[in-house]
Structure formats: structure tokens, C-alpha cells
Design a protein around this ligand. Structure first.
Ligand code: COA
Length: 260
């Protein structure tokens, strides 16, 4: 599939997905949703990619959310079916074993913020503005926002944001745990790529299991989560890379990971 609404680049194990409709602040239309579904579905089974960075083209926006022009085109019943389909690319993101980092400049509203919420780590520029603004259009977040936001910032803060459609500045987003880092706007993409590179240099299987233990564990009762962590730890103790990590430390050299 060739992409028009996004760009997809891979460089030495690091994939970058760029939302690419800068004329409309990278608003998400059907083409973009289809392309994102395709790219993340492929990433689920792509062992060559270690880390994914998601960002928006230009310096104005990560994404201003769903393309509102499509709202007036669609008859109600079709709209209902389309709305169900919109969940797909974020569900494909959920299935990705690779850590996914959002690099956010400017606006991240509605579906744009929901996409950032489906990422594992969010790095924002000091020019970022973030909000689930759907309520202003008489709808609710339909791309996972009502579920992922309270899991990240707590029930009260999530409801405050969703019921008012508030647009938070970067420092406030950092304070409530909506983003993990705030850096000068011009440095966002470089910071995200440097951070991704640091992660990509770790042993591949350990990376996958670390993400799985945290993400799946959060959905489980503590005892089951600890059991999952124990199982994944036991599996990792059988890998060649675990031996290589110890040897490299003792021999005072960089480890050479085999991914086995
Ligand atoms: N869907 C479709 N088009 C959008 C859009 C969206 N979500 N957000 C912005 N655009 C378009 C604008 O219509 C405008 O197009 P035009 O040049 O043909 O008029 C262009 O992008 C630039 O936007 P503009 O509003 O002129 O820029 P701004 O810097 O003054 O304001 C925003 C930017 C993001 C604050 C404002 O566009 C906005 O509030 N957008 C809607 C955000 C939203 O509610 N998202 C949730 C959707 S569920």
C-alpha cells in the first residue's frame, strides 16, 4: 500500500510514522486512518523495527483530530459504522510489541491526542496544546480517549478534560502526567529520536517483554501481573542475550545482541 496521508520511514531499526496533512493541521481523514491501520498492522509482525516514533508534519500540529469536514458528509447509519472502524489503528498500535513514542509539537486535539494516548511515551514541545475537545462538537472521544485518559491521569482529571474540552498547555500536561517530558519546541523530534535510539540499543527480546509486562500487567490483578512478570523473567533467563549482557559487562565492552 502506498501512503499519501502519512509518511513511513525506517532507519536502522527505528521507524518514524509522520501524520502528513499539514494544510489541515494533520487532521485525520479516512485515508489517514486506513494507512495508519496498515502500517501498525504490519509493525506487529516486523521484528526488524525496534522502536516507533509517531509525529506530525510541520511545526504547528501533532494532529488537530478527526477531519471535521468528513462529519458533514456522512449519513448517520454509515457514520455509526465508520466510527466503529476508527478504533482499528489504535487497536493495532496496542498489539505492537515495539515501544511507541509520540513526539508532539503544537496542537494535539481530539483523535490526535487519542493517538498520543495510544503511544507508550509522550514527549511534548513547550508549544504543545493538548485536549479531548470532542464535547464541543456534541460527540465524545471515540478513539479510546475515554478509556486511556483516565488510566493515565486519573478519573477526576480525565472527566474534567473530557466534559469541558479543555486545551492544556505543555507544563500543565506534564504536571498531571499526560506527557512524560517537555522540551523546547524545536528539539522535540530530535529528543524523541535520541530517546528511541537509546531504547533501540537494548536487547530486543528484553525490550519486548518489558513492555508486555507493564502494559498487560496493568490490566491484571496484582497477583496475576506478578505471575506474568515472573514468567517473562524466567523466559529471559534462557536467552543468549542474557549471557552476552553479563559477559560484555565483565569484559568491559559493548554487548552484541543477537535477539535470541
Ligand atoms: N478537521 C478539518 N480541518 C481542520 C481541522 C480538523 N480537525 N483542524 C483544523 N482544520 C483546518 C482549518 O479548517 C483550516 O483550513 P482552511 O485553511 O481551509 O480554512 C486549517 O486547518 C488551518 O486551521 P485554522 O483553524 O485556520 O488554524 P488556527 O491555528 O487558527 O487554529 C486549531 C488551529 C487546531 C485551534 C483549530 O483549527 C481547531 O480548533 N480545530 C478543530 C480541533 C478539534 O476540535 N478537533 C477535534 C475534532 S473531533
Amino acid at each position: 500500500m502506498s501512503y499519501t496521508a502519512i509518511r513511513y520511514e525506517v532507519d536502522d531499526g527505528l521507524a518514524t510514522v509522520t501524520l502528513n496533512r499539514p494544510d489541515v493541521h494533520n487532521a485525520m481523514n479516512d485515508a489517514m486512518r486506513r494507512e495508519l491501520t496498515d502500517v501498525f498492522t504490519k509493525l506487529v509482525t516486523d521484528d526488524t523495527v525496534k522502536v516507533v516514533v509517531v509525529t506530525g508534519e510541520g511545526d504547528k500540529a501533532f494532529s488537530a483530530g478527526a477531519d471535521i469536514r468528513e462529519f458533514v458528509d456522512v449519513p448517520t447509519i454509515t457514520g455509526f459504522r465508520e466510527n466503529r472502524k476508527r478504533l482499528d489503528f489504535r487497536q493495532a498500535m496496542d498489539r505492537c510489541m515495539q515501544p511507541i513514542i509520540a513526539a508532539i509539537r503544537g496542537y494535539a486535539f481530539g483523535g490526535g491526542l487519542e493517538m498520543a494516548l495510544a503511544c507508550d511515551i509522550r514527549i511534548a514541545g513547550d508549544d504543545a496544546q493538548l485536549g479531548l475537545t470532542e464535547i464541543n462538537l456534541a460527540i465524545i472521544p471515540g478513539g479510546g480517549g475515554t478509556q486511556r485518559l483516565p488510566r493515565l491521569v486519573g478519573r477526576g482529571k480525565a472527566l474534567e478534560m473530557i466534559l469541558t474540552g479543555a486545551r492544556l498547555k505543555a507544563d500543565e500536561a506534564l504536571r498531571i502526567g499526560l506527557v512524560e517530558r517537555v522540551v523546547p519546541a524545536a528539539e522535540v523530534k530530535k529528543t524523541a529520536h535520541d530517546f528511541a535510539r537509546t531504547i533501540a540499543d537494548k536487547a530486543p527480546v528484553a525490550l519486548r517483554y518489558a513492555k508486555e509486562a507493564v502494559v498487560k500487567g496493568l490490566e491484571l490483578p496484582l497477583a496475576d501481573g506478578l505471575r506474568l512478570e515472573g514468567d517473562l523473567s524466567a523466559l529471559l533467563r534462557t536467552t543468549e542475550d542474557r549471557l552476552e549482557g553479563a559477559k560484555a559487562f565483565l569484559e568491559k565492552r559493548k554487548p552484541r545482541w543477537s535477539g535470541r
